[in-house]
Write a protein that binds this ligand. Structure first.
Ligand code: GAR
Length: 218
């Protein structure tokens, strides 16, 4: 069983999806800590309700990004976290942080990287006229929204979509893609080869996984 730390800044619906997958035994891990940089983030209460230890490290109380990150690293280490999941954690990580957990930090991004990195990416996909967007789970490296891709799910952009409607459609796919990616990490089925992540899955296993992610469920 791997020990996972989850970092959030807000609602925490991806965090809850990860916790539920661990509770159901679909991901061989337990959550050692949910940490937020925002005091009162709604996700903290959701984690506490599920009996998971929580912590707050308010970034406003640190003078620099490195000072804040050093406090977060210390809390994660104390909790024994081996893998770190960013789940709506709206802070850029310093190189100090990335190097503290090399190839062990995952992020979920609500677009198909490398298209639309950054913020408000659902709105950017609509404004750009993209027909499809989706979500990406990737390993965090020292560049923003850049590291090796673990899994993606493709989601159509519908005529008349607003930022809200597209975000809600993509979020449903995020909730299944993130647990599937964490499972691959926990089962040590990911090999990082420079900019790419190789998955140790047979063709059949990979096809099954991709079809499960793409299942519209309606
Ligand atoms: C999710 O859509 C996640 O992909 C996005 O924030 C939302 C958090 O929702 N993350 C980013 O944009 C990171 N750059 P949640 O708090 O309900 O999981």
């Amino acid at each position: 069983m791997k020990r996972v730390g989850i970092l959030i800044s807000g609602r925490g619906s991806n965090m809850v999806a990860l916790l539920k997958a661990m509770e159901r035994g679909e991901v061989p891990a337990r959550c050692a800590l949910v940490l937020s940089n925002v005091p009162g983030a709604p996700g903290l209460a959701s984690a506490a309700e599920r009996g998971v230890p929580t912590a707050v490290v308010d970034h406003k109380l640190s003078a620099t990004r490195e000072e804040h990150d050093a406090k977060v690293i210390a809390r994660l280490r104390e909790a024994g976290a081996e893998i770190v999941c960013l789940a709506g954690y709206m802070r850029l990580l310093s190189p100090l942080f990335v190097r503290a957990f090399p190839d062990r930090i995952l992020n979920i991004h609500p677009a198909l990287l490398p298209a639309f990195p950054g913020l408000h990416v659902q709105r950017k996909a609509i404004e750009h006229g993209a027909r499809f967007s989706g979500c990406t789970v990737h390993i965090v490296d020292e560049e923003c929204d850049h590291g090796p891709i673990l899994l993606q799910a493709v989601v159509p952009v519908m005529p008349g979509d607003t930022e809200e409607s597209l975000s809600a459609r993509i979020l449903r796919y995020e909730h299944r893609t993130y647990p599937a990616a964490l499972r691959l990490m926990c089962e040590e089925k990911v090999v990082i080869e420079e900019r790419r992540a190789r998955l140790l899955l047979s063709c059949e296993e990979y096809t099954q996984l991709v079809s499960a992610l793409m299942d519209r469920g309606d």
